[in-house]
Design a protein around this ligand. Structure first.
Ligand SMILES: [Fe+2]
Length: 310
């Protein structure tokens, strides 16, 4: 690492977890209560997450309540809107759910909302979301600073591919429960402030983003909610090299491939979308067919807030 890179390296510092938080490893009783309540209300299938929204620019009180209810249970909701939707209406929809601060990241349009479609040439083609290749498990913004933590994310399908393009979604709190029940040591390793580093993004000798280091699991000081920062990428990531971290990271990989977790798989149809508290997700590869006009287009918005609870 050069001196410049070292100087610009950004670290997420460990925030102390209140002793009465269910995520404090010594609060076994509080954890058990939180865990039992979470599992009792967790939906059995993605179908129960669905909410019809007539006009996403102005969701009704009942529609907003139904969406928030699903998010409270599973950190995500799936909605369908029959009307035409543009980027502006996505922003209004977010606002109606308490999502006001958009992450204006490298590839977003000026309003902070990305149009995910296959990019021909240009710098966007360097990033897998803008290709038809599969996207492995991740939470959005794992390379962001702590100040720019992505707490909520929205995907809205405008047009579907000819084939493929299915998303899988996993409430990260369910993964946390499995890991903590198996071994609190896994969780302790994953909460370490140096668990996972993403090397600097350097292009043509210019540093676009410095290296970022931080935990996988953290507790949001404002809401007390559990946050996950993760990528299943194996290239251009560096895990802490101690044995507990290696074991915990390997266990996450195994669990994601095991078929035992409540993973919801859905292929978004035009007019459908997902709004979530940045749960774990992936996407299969897809094939567009320009001749028949079937070319996948998904709007993506990322927010610094979580979906409002009330
Ligand atoms: Fe993503």
């Amino acid at each position: 690492m050069t001196a410049v890179q070292h100087a610009t390296r950004e670290r997420r510092t460990a925030t102390s977890i209140p002793t009465d938080s269910p995520f404090h490893l010594e609060n076994a009783e509080g954890y058990r209560r939180w865990r039992d309540a979470k599992l009792a209300r967790f939906p059995a299938s993605a179908d129960t997450l669905r909410v019809d929204v007539d006009n996403i620019e102005h969701p009704t009180t009942a529609e907003r309540a139904a969406l928030r209810e699903q998010v409270r249970k599973a950190n995500m909701a799936v909605y369908h809107c029959a009307r035409a939707v543009d980027r502006e209406s996505i922003a209004r929809f977010g606002e109606a759910l308490g999502l006001r601060r958009l992450d204006e990241h490298l590839c977003t349009e000026e309003d902070g909302i990305s149009e995910l479609r296959v990019s021909e040439g240009g710098s966007k083609g360097d990033y897998i979301p803008y290709t038809d290749r599969p996207l492995s498990w991740h939470c959005d913004g794992y390379y962001n600073t702590a100040e720019q933590t992505i707490r909520a994310m929205l995907l809205h399908c405008v047009a579907e591919a000819a084939e493929g393009g299915e998303n899988a979604l996993l409430d990260h709190e369910l993964l946390y429960i499995v890991l903590r029940d198996e071994s609190p040591e896994h969780v302790a390793a994953l909460m370490h402030p140096e668990t996972l580093s993403i090397p600097a993004n350097v292009k043509n000798g210019r540093e676009i983003r410095p290296e970022r280091t931080g935990p996988v699991f953290s507790v949001d000081p404002a809401s007390g909610a559990l946050h996950m920062r993760y990528t299943a990428r194996t290239r251009n990531v560096r895990w802490n090299e101690d044995a507990p971290t290696r074991a915990a990271a390997a266990r996450i990989t195994q669990l994601l491939e095991s078929g035992t977790l409540p993973i919801f798989r859905l292929r978004l149809r035009p007019g459908e979308g997902v709004v979530c508290n940045n749960v774990l997700h992936n996407r299969t590869g897809f094939r567009d067919d320009p001749a028949s006009g079937r070319q996948r287009l998904v709007y993506r918005a990322r927010f610094f807030e979580r979906v409002a609870e009330t």
